[in-house]
Design a protein around this ligand. Structure first.
Ligand SMILES: [Zn+2]
Length: 471
């Protein structure tokens, strides 16, 4: 087996940073050593050396929220498992957790099998699945146990999108009861979709059809209300609750309160909610704003959501940062909604830029270096039952490692660092500090010094345990 010694770098974990060398044997980290330790004798002597002087050596990123090839709004997300995981690798993310989708009339087992088929043999990095339960019925509830046994230990429901993914409160309650029984994590898209649909209809009737009105017809009150309702239903049932893509500060206040009361409730946010806004992006002239149509929507900067979200990352109430990567091109996809924002496919692509965008938060003094690793790597791994194989640099862990240059620079945009299968970037023109230099996935160098060395099919399915992050 091939041995690699990563030498001279600073290993950053969720709890601290120090100069350490990392020895890899095959696919696994076998030792973390004091710098220059020579006690290894022939083990290290036969190793290939990777010099990491001046760089951070961090666990590979874990993006627990992606949608490769998601069928949505009459089209399909533009990244396949092949292109999307390659872009993830470029950005220092070595594990994704994607969503298998059950729609009414389908079984959870069949749909999971379908998603396995889409991903198998195509991924550049390791991947797991959550299951979207779009039809809560006795069969689905029974099937959830089988999925848990197969390493799919989290289930997502929607309080939004009536007629598509939507579950009413009764169905949510049943799925939560089942989730609590199984010890599985219940993930929630928390927006009041019934009320939103009325506001959307009224907005269109008034002639307010531009992308901006996607945002105004999904006001924060309807995110806060749904978040609160989900928390209460979770409390009644005892289910652990993970609220995905929180964008409103008021929703996070609900989550923080529940956490303060000792409830197993967790908040996720995404870089788009930290950097982009209703006014600047969704409100861009003409149809431009369509690029940033996603749900939950970007929030008003004047209302101060972005600053508050950063604060909640610091306090721990935002437990992890994922991308909700769900890319659609402008051409032929976002364009479906010209003249009617409700027909714009919902989603932003960002799987490639999460590590850089969050490192910028370190540079800006928003979060600590350790918190960066925690919310991007370690806690997502623990939250979704992949620790300590993923999310940590320690003996026995998979050798998923990123050499990150804090003095490097990354220009984001199409024609620059962009490898996602999209004709635009949500972060076009962003100049950020830091750079992903080298990426290892299970001991293989897949990105190095601006070259892609990975291959489709290297990535393997990760059979997950139950959440390791519950209180
Ligand atoms: Zn999503």
């Amino acid at each position: 087996m091939s041995r690699i010694l990563i030498r001279g770098g600073t290993v950053v974990s969720a709890t601290g940073s120090q100069p350490l060398d990392v020895l890899i044997d095959g696919e696994t980290i076998v030792a973390v050593l004091q710098p220059g330790a020579t006690a290894l004798g022939d083990v290290a002597a036969s190793a290939q050396i990777i010099e990491a002087t001046g760089k951070y050596v961090i666990p590979g990123g874990v993006d627990a929220h992606t949608h490769m090839q998601l069928p949505f709004g009459g089209t399909e997300a533009s990244d396949t498992f092949e292109t999307g995981t390659r872009a993830a690798a470029w950005g220092g993310t070595t594990t994704i957790v994607d969503f298998a989708v059950q729609k009414p009339g389908e079984t959870v087992q069949d749909t999971l099998a379908l998603w396995h088929d889409k991903a198998a043999g195509r991924c550049a990095v390791d991947y797991g699945f959550h299951q979207i339960v779009g039809d809560v019925n006795p069969e689905s509830l029974k099937g959830m146990a089988e999925l848990v046994a197969e390493g799919v230990t989290s289930f997502k429901l929607f309080m939004a999108y009536p007629g598509v993914f939507y579950s009413d409160d009764g169905r949510i309650l049943r799925a939560m009861q089942r989730s609590a029984e199984l010890g599985a994590l219940l993930m929630m898209h928390a927006e009041n979709g019934i009320a939103i649909d009325v506001l959307v209809e009224q907005s269109l009737q008034r002639g307010d059809t531009a992308p901006y009105f996607h945002g105004t017809s999904r006001p924060w009150q309807l995110e806060e209300e749904a978040t609160h309702r989900a928390i209460m239903l979770a409390q009644v049932t005892g289910a652990p609750l993970y609220v995905v893509h929180v964008s409103a500060k008021q929703a996070l206040e609900q989550i923080a309160t529940a956490r303060g009361n000792g409830q197993n409730v967790f908040g996720e946010t995404c870089p788009q909610y930290l950097y982009l806004s209703l006014e600047e992006q969704l409100g861009a002239p003409g149809f431009e704003g369509a690029k940033w149509v996603c749900s939950t929507p970007l929030r008003s900067r004047a209302e101060g959501h972005q600053d508050e979200l950063w604060r909640y990352i610091r306090t721990g109430d935002v437990t992890s940062v994922a991308t909700d990567h769900c890319p659609f091109c402008m051409k032929d996809q976002k364009e479906l909604g010209r003249g009617d924002f409700s027909k714009i496919p919902n989603g932003i692509g960002g799987v490639e830029h999460r590590m850089d965008l969050m490192f910028q938060g370190v540079k800006d003094g928003r979060i600590s270096l350790e918190r960066w690793v925690d919310v991007c790597c370690t806690t997502p791994a623990r939250m979704f039952g992949m620790y300590p194989r993923k999310g940590v640099i320690a003996p026995g862990a998979d050798a998923d490692i990123v050499l990150y240059d804090p003095n490097g620079h990354t220009s984001i945009g199409v024609g620059k660092t962009h490898h996602m299968n999209m004709d635009h970037s949500a972060y076009e023109g962003f100049e950020v500090d830091g750079h992903v230099d080298t990426v290892l996935s299970r001991g293989r160098v897949i990105v190095d010094d601006g070259a892609y060395l990975g291959r489709a099919g290297h990535g393997r399915f990760v059979k997950r345990e139950l959440s390791q992050n519950l209180i």
